[in-house]
Design a protein around this ligand. Structure first.
Ligand code: NAX
Ligand code: K
Length: 466
């Protein structure tokens, strides 16, 4: 499990550790890890540190201090190091002295000839969009030169991944002590590049955000045993499709058949299309452990949704099923409930604009889960799953090619199948998103939704091999 912690939590852990260590020790640990990562990168890009031209963008706080101390270490190994301050009046004095003693120097503007740029403008102390002085330096980063962000790319909100205005786009982020949520959640995640964690010895409580890895998913997948039969493995019912959208039913069934349930039942007007493609499907109402309701349903079928929500089986609600959801009915449920909106549907549920959901995804998914008393999977470039007071799960396996018609239908079927197999709403959402993303990566792009469904068994097997 990859875990991420809020600024407040990280600061608390840092305070505790600093009280037990000599002054400046933590910054030295951070700088040593940072310099080692930069040296590794320079070895790969140009064979070594000696003679490399390294530019430091230096902000007024400790983030700038880290960059300067790391620059001093690189200078001692023969790099030519130039530090460009955001504000020459505010610069970490001890770290600047160390850089100078190692042969580095200050410059008023960003040199355009460089082998490496370190972004030490802002770390976890950054607030709001970059102010003009910082933004001006970022604009002058020469194109094509590798950028290493110190702790996090400046301009990215550490707690949420939000980017207000401009931000650094890094090739590598060297982060200290713990991942920050903004490194795992878009738009921040896509600014961070490859994230490298430097252990500085923090002792951390439970995380605010987490990302499953192969082994976590393998441990949650419902594998059949010798005593399993199709009913014990769970039956998932699909209420999807309409005369106008029969394909959604076929794709939801396609996902459900690969989610580990023992049987898939279809209820709706697209039975012929479903059977023609998947003769394994049971047709018509009957007992199930979990329902999927919504894909391609069209308007005017809120009654069916309400009926399923009044029952005691687990329910996954997607797409058209999300229209006009009854908050009170949802909150009254005891069986697992998983809502799977995309940003537009989430915006409608929250009564806000789609843009504000996209910009503040973490907040949106948390508020939805709270308001509806359900697990909520918010689809997008980094899919998030929230449930009650638990850590929000961020899915690490997506690919932009998944933004294609029908891929959400496959995900809903898959998630429902996992619910039928006994997973909680949060686990079904997180495991479903993970497998779905992995399958899509296997297919590559451009992809069709049914190919994602077909690649799910291979993705399932992949999770067993770290
Ligand atoms: N606290 C610790 O124990 C450690 C902290 N470390 C480093 O310290 C960093 C945090 O340092 P600081 O608390 O000094 O904070 P930062 O260095 O992130 O930012 C400091 C200052 O930047 C200015 N600022 C804030 N938002 C801005 C914006 N949008 N545009 C322009 N200027 C802005 C403010 O004046 C603020 O005080 C971490 O990210 C990490 O790099 C590491 O050395 C490891 C140990
Ligand atoms: K930074």
């Amino acid at each position: 499990m990859r875990t991420a912690y809020s600024v407040e939590t990280v600061r608390g852990a840092e305070r505790e550790l600093m009280a037990r260590l000599p002054e400046g020790a933590l910054m030295q640990r951070a700088a040593a890890g940072l310099a080692a990562a930069c040296a590794g990168l320079l070895r790969r890009t140009r064979g070594g540190v000696y003679g490399a031209r390294v530019v430091l963008l230096v902000g007024p706080g400790d983030n700038g201090g880290d960059a300067l101390y790391a620059g001093a270490r690189l200078a001692r190994r023969g790099a030519g190091v130039t530090a460009v301050p955001m504000d020459p009046e505010r610069i970490h004095p001890g770290a600047l002295a160390a850089l100078r003693a190692a042969g580095g120097h200050l410059a008023p503007s960003v040199p355009q000839q460089a082998d490496l740029v370190l972004d030490g403008l802002l770390g976890i102390g950054g607030r709001g969009g970059l102010r003009p002085a910082a933004a001006a330096l970022v604009e002058r980063i020469p194109s094509g030169v590798p950028v290493v962000a110190v702790d996090l790319p400046s301009g990215v909100d550490a707690d949420t991944g939000e980017v207000a205005g401009s931000a650094v786009t890094a090739d590598v982020t060297v982060t200290f002590g713990a991942y920050k949520p903004g490194l795992l959640i878009d738009p921040g995640a896509s600014r961070a590049g490859a994230v490298h964690l430097v252990d500085i010895g923090l002792e951390l409580p439970s995380p605010e955000v987490e990302a499953l890895q192969h082994a976590d998913v393998a441990g949650l997948l419902p594998e059949p045993t010798a005593s399993s039969d199709k009913y014990r493995r769970g039956v998932v019912g699909i209420v999807a499709g309409s005369a106008q959208y029969p394909g959604a039913a076929v794709l939801a069934v396609a996902g459900a058949l690969r989610g580990g349930a023992g049987a898939v039942r279809y209820v709706g007007p697209a039975a012929d299309a479903v059977l023609a493609r998947y003769p394994e499907t049971l047709i018509g109402p009957g007992r199930v452990q979990a329902w999927v309701v919504g894909p391609g349903l069209g308007a005017g079928r809120a009654g069916e949704v309400a009926e399923l929500l009044a029952g005691d089986a687990a329910v996954l609600v997607d797409a058209d099923g999300l229209r006009g959801l009854d908050e009170t009915a949802l909150r009254a449920r005891t069986a697992p409930t998983l809502l799977t909106p995309h940003a537009g549907e989430a915006a409608a549920l929250l009564g806000v604009s789609r843009e504000s959901v996209e910009a503040g995804r973490l907040d949106a998914v948390r508020v939805l889960a709270q308001r509806y008393g359900a697990s909520v999977l918010l689809k997008g470039s980094t899919t998030l799953v929230a449930s009650g007071g638990e850590a929000v799960r961020v899915n690490p396996t997506g690919t932009p090619w998944l933004a294609t018609a029908g891929s959400g239908d496959v995900l809903s079927g898959l998630g429902g199948s996992l619910l039928a197999g006994g997973l909680s709403g949060a686990d079904a959402g997180a495991v479903g998103a993970y497998l779905h993303g992995l399958a899509a990566r296997r297919v590559g792009g451009p992809l069709l939704a049914h190919q994602v469904a077909e690649a799910l068994p291979a993705a399932w097997r992949d999770t067993r091999h770290p």
